[in-house]
Write a protein that binds this ligand. Structure first.
Ligand SMILES: [Zn+2]
Length: 231
């Protein structure tokens, strides 16, 4: 195999190494990306907290209502037991009774409002919990698939490095240096020369260069400096 042919083969391995390394980064990135899951978890926690507060408000409203009802019962017993005979006192009791009754009505309305608010929050929290479960299942599946893929890539990488090193040892170090230098700025350091043109920059090669490349010399394109490879 010509020197350019060897470098071309080396480049194929290097490009494959790059692709696999990139794939590994991406897989690792996705494996650690649990943002959606964390967001759903914190959303659910805050909705549960909200529900707890709402239930607390509901409870204290119920107690206040019970107190009022107890007061009304006491006044009723005073009014109807016949123990209070003083007309002025009876009138006052009647006024108090009506006052408490109206307080009870507005308390009951408020309580209904609180209950329906709590129900709404409960329904929202239920939806969030379902969404969280779905995300968890997805996460587990993803972890499994990606974990598998990661294992595959991790197994291939050392094999590629080994064949890269094996091949590099057989190639003239000066040629490797040239190749590495070009690769610092070009994705492909070795390109095919076809129909008299460099396939990297598509500029026609002088006949003398073409002939030397054909003879197996290591030739770089005059215009883009890439190493020319003839099949
Ligand atoms: Zn060129």
């Amino acid at each position: 195999m010509s020197l350019a042919g060897q470098l071309h083969k080396l480049q194929q391995i290097d490009l494959e190494l790059q692709r696999k390394q990139q794939e590994l980064y991406e897989v690792e990135d996705q494996l650690s990306d649990n943002k959606a899951l964390v967001a759903a978890e914190s959303k659910l926690a805050s909705q549960k907290e909200q529900l707890k507060d709402e239930r607390k408000r509901q409870k204290s409203s119920e107690w206040e209502l019970e107190d009022l009802q107890e007061k009304v019962r006491q006044i009723e017993s005073k009014l109807y037991s016949g123990t209070t005979k003083n007309p002025k006192e009876l009138v006052n009791l009647e006024i108090e009774f009506r006052g408490f009754k109206s307080q009870i009505r507005s308390k009951e309305d408020a309580l209904l409002g609180l209950m329906s608010q709590a129900e709404e929050i409960e329904a929202t929290a239920k939806t969030t919990a379902e969404e969280l479960e779905r995300l968890k299942r997805e996460w587990e599946q993803k972890q499994e698939t990606l974990g598998h893929r990661k294992g595959e890539v991790e197994a291939v990488l050392p094999q590629l490095r080994e064949s890269r090193d094996g091949l590099a040892q057989q190639i003239n170090p000066e040629a490797i240096n040239t190749y590495e230098r070009i690769r610092l700025t070009r994705r492909q350091a070795v390109v095919k020369a076809e129909r008299g043109k460099c396939q990297g920059c598509h500029i026609a090669l002088p006949t003398s260069q073409w002939q030397r490349a054909k003879a197996g010399d290591l030739i770089q394109c005059n215009s883009c400096s890439r190493i020319l490879y003839l099949e």
